[in-house]
Design a protein around this ligand. Sequence first.
Ligand SMILES: Cc1cc2nc3c(=O)[nH]c(=O)nc-3n(C[C@H](O)[C@H](O)[C@H](O)COP(=O)(O)OP(=O)(O)OC[C@H]3O[C@@H](n4cnc5c(N)ncnc54)[C@H](O)[C@@H]3O)c2cc1C
Length: 405
Amino acid sequence: MNSMKILIIGGGIIGLAIAIELRRRGTSVTVLSRDFKEAAAHAAAGMLAPQAEAIPSGPMLDLCLHSRSLYPEWIAQLEAITGIQTGYWPCGILAPVYERGGWGDGEMGRWGDGESRREGAGEQGSRGAFFTQHSTLNTQHFLQHSTLNTQHSLLNTTWLDREQIHQFQPGLGSEVVGGWWYPEDAQVDNRALAQALWMAARELGVDICEGVAVEEIDRQHDKVKSVKTSAGEYKADRYVLATGAWSNQLLSVPVYPKKGQMLSVKVPSSDLKQLPLQQVLFGTESYIVPRSDGRIIVGATSEDVGFTPENTPAGIQALLSRAIRLYPQLQDFPIQEFWWGFRPATPDEMPILGESELDNLILATGHYRNGILLAPVTALLLSDLILHQKTAPLLAHFHYSRFDK
Ligand SMILES: Cc1cc2nc3c(=O)[nH]c(=O)nc-3n(C[C@H](O)[C@H](O)[C@H](O)COP(=O)(O)OP(=O)(O)OC[C@H]3O[C@@H](n4cnc5c(N)ncnc54)[C@H](O)[C@@H]3O)c2cc1C
């Protein structure tokens, strides 16, 4: 037991994961959570997909792969503490490709959440330009572009040609000409996980203050003196900023919301015994994530519209047409739900982790599209930093100062 008091601002997946790790190491932790329900943690698809995301070799891929490797044990501990099944499923991810993209250029950037990653893999930061020039994708592109192939040769990955992929996954759209199989990518039911994290934090003795919004970080010299909230002033020895897409409202950090619309359908009850999909389909324009209970999550748009809430007809139409193109039989499945959420995006699509310009404030934000995946490694590395001033070499790559250059 140590006597340090930590205050975490934000009780989404990142804030709660850090709170639990610190508490397990004997620290006194309070979480201030404005609204648990608004967290992106509930809106996500739950893919644990460093390979399907085609993150280029480098610190971000290393961080993501490390986190994916921590998942089985992390989940087992959470499930043991809470009794909640989180739907962790190392099902693998299949990433089919089309001969030609075929969708309008202008719309791709706004609505497409699938291929943007893979096409842009070798060109982080220049994705927009890439789209304008190469909006139609062909298989040759994958085979010739070396960044991906180098990555594939180092990691466990298989290329499937047209015949192989249709055999491997019956029911794919006829335009699919091949694809990558990533057997080690996985998924988790992010909503169940969020509940498990909340309950585990409570069980372990984290003080969660739900409905408390931090309004201002009160500074004195180079330190946080206290935080002013909707429920009065809070003080601690150290503070953690984990407010996701809203981080820029409290501190000047380059984090902005990227809206994602989602929907779900359900496998008809006659097919529930033998689910037609047993792995995630990570398509060139959308993804389809089958849960083991028969729900199927379809995502996602990627929109720069600030915090504009709600689903739109255009967003849902784009999701449906792209999902049906990838996996046509989905058109007859009953629709269950529509929802949306805000990813905490950064200019280089990497999280901001570690020290801040204030001595006693740690940053844990900007996890963009990989916050579910990155929760365990974020909690581990930042707890080491907070309690032992231990900066893992990997952590240095995610320091906020990279944006000062
Ligand atoms: C459509 C969509 C699909 C996604 N799919 C995936 C996926 O498949 N895999 C994956 O790994 N990631 C995915 N993500 C990304 C992932 O959901 C996020 O990266 C992750 O949830 C970020 O976690 P967080 O804790 O930083 O933020 P959040 O989960 O958004 O939580 C932030 C919390 O901070 C609180 N807060 C904000 N301001 C204040 C304040 N002033 N005071 C107190 N509390 C405050 C909010 O109320 C909120 O509860 C997806 C996201 C979206 C939107």
